[in-house]
Design a protein around this ligand. Structure first.
Ligand code: 3QA
Length: 232
């Protein structure tokens, strides 16, 4: 039986999924709960990692190494960087980077780690499925680079700095972990996020207001993707 893993960072990002599957078992590993549901010949495993790149790396690793995930999908919210992204819009990551990695002191580019790369691409098959879902449901889907770092960005200067240095369209705190881990372990992955704020001076207030509605948008988009993945 094949397994699809769906990861969020915060409880709010997976609540809509648990409400949908209703019937699931729970396993605990490393301080996280993993919710296991059966869905039409597939196993669906859902977890939230807790905030930040390290937590997300642990959860993604556990999904692959302990639960044998065949696909990894991240669902959640993000701060919009490009001006054409409004609250509630859905973004598909074409690639991800860690904007807070800096060993430029040794002449390396920003975001670069030796034996790795600044940007890690998401999986084409999963991205094509996302585009198909968007088309079927008439949802405008924007794609672009998503930048991750261990900061909630709520400041114009920092936002501008990330745009200029990484050409990213959205910012969050976990996606690059999913990319690094899944890529190294050869598991297809994608990152879907719905915009909760614009990473500007109002970001904290917007985030509190739109976290759950945007999380629901992302989760229901991912559920439509699951229905297509199980037909691959
Ligand atoms: C923010 C969440 C973290 O998992 C990353 C949301 C949305 N807007 C962002 C922004 N900058 C960076 N990331 C994001 N997620 C955690 S802080 C709030 C915690 O409150 C994406 C994201 N502008 C918890 C209650 O006290």
């Amino acid at each position: 039986m094949k397994t699809i893993a769906i990861i969020g960072a915060m409880q709010e990002e997976i609540t809509p999924l648990l409400a949908y599957f209703k019937d699931y078992d729970t396993k605990n590993i490393g301080g996280n709960s993993y919710y296991i549901a059966n869905y039409k010949n597939y196993k669906i495993i859902i977890a939230y990692s807790k905030i930040g790149k390290i937590h997300a790396a642990l959860t993604c690793s556990s999904m692959i190494l302990c639960f044998n995930a065949d696909y990894i999908i991240f669902t959640g919210v993000a701060g919009g960087l490009s001006s054409d992204l409004k609250i509630g819009d859905i973004v598909l990551a074409t690639s991800l980077c860690q904007y807070d990695v800096d060993i430029t002191a040794f002449g390396h580019p920003l975001g670069f780690i030796p034996e790795s790369s600044v940007y890690i691409n998401t999986n084409k098959i999963l991205n094509d499925i996302a585009k198909q879902v968007a088309k079927d449901k008439n949802i405008p889907l924007k794609d672009g680079i998503i930048a991750s770092g261990d900061t909630f960005v709520s400041n114009r200067d920092k936002k501008q700095w990330i745009i200029e240095n990484f050409n990213a369209c959205a910012v969050e705190m976990e996606g690059a972990s999913i990319a690094v881990v899944s890529n190294l372990l050869n598991i297809p992955f994608c990152v879907i996020r719905s915009i909760s704020d614009s990473a500007d001076d109002n970001a904290d207030i917007n985030f509190d207001e739109f976290l759950s509605t945007s999380a629901i948008k992302s989760a229901s988009f991912v559920l439509s993707m699951v229905d297509k993945i199980i037909k691959i």
